[in-house]
Structures are given as C-alpha cells and as structure tokens.
Design a protein around this ligand. Sequence first.
Ligand SMILES: [Zn+2]
Length: 63
Amino acid sequence: MYMRCSKGHVFPSNVGKNLFALHLGPRKYQMCPVCHSFRITARVRPQDLTDEQVRRLEGGGTA
Ligand SMILES: [Zn+2]
C-alpha cells in the first residue's frame, strides 16, 4: 500500500510508521519522508501510479 502526500510524493505506507501520525479516516497527517514536512497523506491506488513510479517504489525508494 502506498501513500501520497499533498505535494504529490509517493512512498510506501510502512515508511515512518513508527513516527507520529494522526489518522483522519482514509487520510493521515504524517511526516512525508520525501519532503520531510508534516502533510495530509492519502492512500494511492496502484493503478494511479506510473510504471516508473512502481519501479522506484518496488526498489525500496520513493517516487
Ligand atoms: Zn512530500
């Protein structure tokens, strides 16, 4: 499962899961590991990701 921050960064949902996160229904308020800011994040459907993003995410990175 992947999350997308309000700036469009995509990262695996297990990144930073030990850090503070405020759950807001389907959304969370959490630290984005890409821009290192607290952002509203939402689940991303796999079909909404590009092949390039999937490749980078599956390699353990962020997109
Ligand atoms: Zn971000």
